[in-house]
Design a protein around this ligand. Sequence first.
Ligand code: UN1
Length: 504
Amino acid sequence: MSVSVRADVLAVLSRLGVDESAFSASGLPARSPVTGEVVATLREDGPAEVEAAIARSVEAFAAWRKIPAPRRGEFVRLIGEELRAHKADLGLLVTLEAGKIVSEGLGEVQEMIDICDYAVGLSRQLFGLTIATERPDHRMMETWHPLGPCGVITAFNFPVAVWSWNAALAFVCGDPVIWKPSEKTPLTALAVQAVVARAAAKFGGVPAGLSQVLIGGRGVGEALVDDHRVPLISATGSTAMGRQVGPRVAARFGRSILELGGNNAAIVAPSADLDIALRGIAFAAMGTAGQRCTTLRRLIVHESVYDTLVPRLKRVYESVRVGDPREAGVLVGPLIDEGALEGMERALAEARAMGGSVTGGGRRDVGGPDACYVAPALVEMPSHAGPVLRETFAPILYVVRYRTIEEAIALNNAVGAGLSSSLFTLDMREAERFVSDEGSDCGIANVNIGPSGAEIGGAFGGEKETGGGREAGSDAWKAYMRRATNTINFGTTLPLAQGVSFDI
Ligand code: UN1
């Protein structure tokens, strides 16, 4: 392999089966936030490669949709097997490239394995309905057909799991996938592609363009977004990105699944089990260094428990270990880059100017001059305003007080995003209200667990500025297929619907 890859990274990539042709002495630099250093330089794909990939994908679609869905499921089962066999290495690569602590890097790979298992079962469950018809000797039914090439655009923070939620479903639904990973995490994408290639070799007969990766920047994403041969674009990232992608895909009548920002809250009610709340809050707010779209960013605490809970929480913030994510005992790894650190510092300055009182925050001297480690920040705010209303992709938890559950729910809902939410309470009336139609307006509403760390069995996604898309479990698979309604007349006359007569 070329010298353009650091030795330890090269060792992991080789074990995962990444081909050296992916690298070049100049090209896209891949950084590790663990040290901030460039660990590899990659060959980039340009317009010609994008065009060729789309053409290959269209060809692959024609072949793959003919393979029965349960057979397609067998391919996904083999991907799951490969992932199991390479879990440790892929998890380590997630740690190196996204900066997650070891347990979370492994957890991300487990999430991929889970969705593969789910998709295998699903491959025998892609069913439609038979619907009562008003006409005698007729049958009405719906059929689900493969949709076509799916463009999958993913973010750095879940560099591999989000691809798998889309790809595992797309593959069993009969669709090829063209993946444009974040420029910040191309190595994990190449590793996954190598894993898929091995599964494809074991399966035999997988069309060449079924699973493709395009390495590059915005131009690559835009080419996919604008191409009518790609009927579905599934994009994860900021709301600003979604504002571009959504209208462009809609302009050509394409379909999009948008997984955009979150500004997730947790309410702590008077009856809450505070030990559970404390643990739930700590993981949701500080886990992944605050860089999940489901990260807890706003804590809404009842005034009767505020002075018990918040001092305990402060002690956790003061004692949590920030450091190299590979080290045992470290719970908070690095931010992805300097831009993330600047965003955090800006938000904290704004919060202070509004009278916010900050515990933690500030750069930590870990990993060398190019790495961005920070202490997570707990910010007691005098009001639910200013930076509290927007998503800053960093470990900042704003805390406000409330008096009535109605007020708390209104605050939960008083932001642009609508991804995830939670309530800590032992009062069943409050719990049921929170998950009722008058409660949380988010795509995910939890009770006595934090807002992050969803399982793949449920549909994942959110409302409002989060984009409205749903991925992973439940009936999210329907987005990857097209529905046809079929009415079949097996009689000897031609009765018309709605009693219309048309005698010729
Ligand atoms: C994301 O941050 O983009 O629910 C996805 C969770 C994870 C997925 C997060 N299962 O926190």
